[in-house]
Design a protein around this ligand. Sequence first.
Ligand SMILES: Cc1cc2nc3c(=O)[nH]c(=O)nc-3n(C[C@H](O)[C@H](O)[C@H](O)COP(=O)(O)OP(=O)(O)OC[C@H]3O[C@@H](n4cnc5c(N)ncnc54)[C@H](O)[C@@H]3O)c2cc1C
Length: 246
Amino acid sequence: MANIERGLMRLMRITNHPLEVVSVRDFTPLYRRIRFHSPELVDALEVSPTLWMRLWVPNERTGDVSQRGYTFVEADANAGTFDVDFVLHDEPGPAGDWAKQAEPGQQLELALTPANLSIPEDATHWVVVGDLTALPAINSLIEVAPAHVRVSAAIEDAHVDHHARLPVSSHPQLEAAWVVPAVRDHGGELAAWMRRLDVDPADLWVWGAGERGLVKAVRSVCKDVWRLDRTRHFTQAYWIKGKAGR
Ligand SMILES: Cc1cc2nc3c(=O)[nH]c(=O)nc-3n(C[C@H](O)[C@H](O)[C@H](O)COP(=O)(O)OP(=O)(O)OC[C@H]3O[C@@H](n4cnc5c(N)ncnc54)[C@H](O)[C@@H]3O)c2cc1C
């Protein structure tokens, strides 16, 4: 059967770039960094915070490939490499399953997505939040935040034993927190953490991503509690509990 996603992307003249796995590094049993070699892609890449790709991964269920969103980490122009951090989640899914068995020499493809993030220059307090899937993007924001900006970052994750071993970028004005969710809840505790922050909404810019319910809870604090203008917050659902990605 024809792969409709790939056909549509061909019609839209979106190029697929070949990649080869160079190395695999486990920060914890749940969080794996994979380095890919793709010199032409890296050469053309304009890395910006939260930049993401559509990664094509083998799908055993369909016998074809499927695309899933992943965030660029650490592109090295000299080596022609870049990294991707994978959450090795328990539920079966083509991307998570592929990452669990990845080894050097394996080949994949990816398509680039346009960068569309706009951060207001007068925002002196960035609140950046999400779950583990958003940690790479949160790190990319921490890394570009100007020194005078206060950065409040929180990552919601239930696995308390591995937090200290996960990679969190540094910044002179960073206050970072791990938030443990309530059972079967996405975003409730994170929203409570946001509400406890000492903020002046006039200074704020908020970025949030992760499971759809979490994103809804974050958006609600931005709109209903802090009454932020649309230009002062950006949220994106990265995945949906119980539903395979597209
Ligand atoms: C812009 C963007 C950037 C992203 N960046 C990253 C990134 O850098 N690293 C990263 O790990 N993910 C990232 N994601 C999220 C990732 O694309 C999804 O988690 C994706 O659903 C994983 O695909 P899969 O094939 O493993 O599972 P799917 O086939 O999509 O889903 C199968 C099952 O697994 C569940 N599931 C999916 N993801 C998770 C999860 N994280 N935890 C628990 N259950 C899950 C689903 O609810 C479903 O029940 C990003 C998503 C987007 C849109």
